[in-house]
Design a protein around this ligand. Structure first.
Ligand SMILES: [Zn+2]
Length: 152
């Protein structure tokens, strides 16, 4: 069990306006290769739907430690010290990276991140692209944190 160090924000890398279900994510991540990635666990703790509802994919007791049963597979090398969250979207119709967050998703993400930060002020909040050479989550997390009043 390790101390929680990162809250990592992801996108599902799916086209703008398309809903993604928990079952979709489970299939992508835990189905055997080549259908899925063959992981034992999904990549994210919470999923932000287009309508702003938040669905918990993996149990979490909200404390400052990452218990073995809370680990999700969002970013290689960081999973034992991270919580991963994801919004449905992140690509345009041609599958190019795009900030497709709906107003409802932005509001829900803001509320979640502010609550999280109040509870865990020492945990760094980052985009997946700050930990790996990826476009995910298709928006500038440090700039957004500043907009919502969190010093990155
Ligand atoms: Zn990601």
């Amino acid at each position: 069990m390790a101390k929680l160090q990162y809250l990592v924000i992801h996108c599902t890398a799916t086209p703008e306006g398309r809903e993604v279900s928990a079952a979709d994510i489970r299939r992508w991540h835990t189905s055997p290769i080549p259908t899925g990635r063959g992981w034992r666990q999904v990549g994210y703790t919470d999923l932000f739907h287009l309508d702003g509802s938040v669905e918990r994919l993996v149990d979490n007791n909200e404390d400052g430690n990452v218990d073995p049963w809370e680990i999700t597979n969002g970013a290689a090398g960081y999973n034992s010290v991270s919580r991963h969250i994801v919004y449905a979207g992140g690509c345009d119709a041609s599958m190019r990276p795009k900030d497709t967050r709906t107003e409802a998703q932005k509001e829900a993400l803001k509320k979640y991140v502010l609550d999280f930060h109040a509870k865990h002020p020492d945990v760094r909040i980052v985009g997946h692209n700050q930990l790996a050479a990826k476009a995910c989550p298709s928006f500038d997390v440090p700039q957004w944190l500043q907009e919502i009043g969190i010093k990155a």
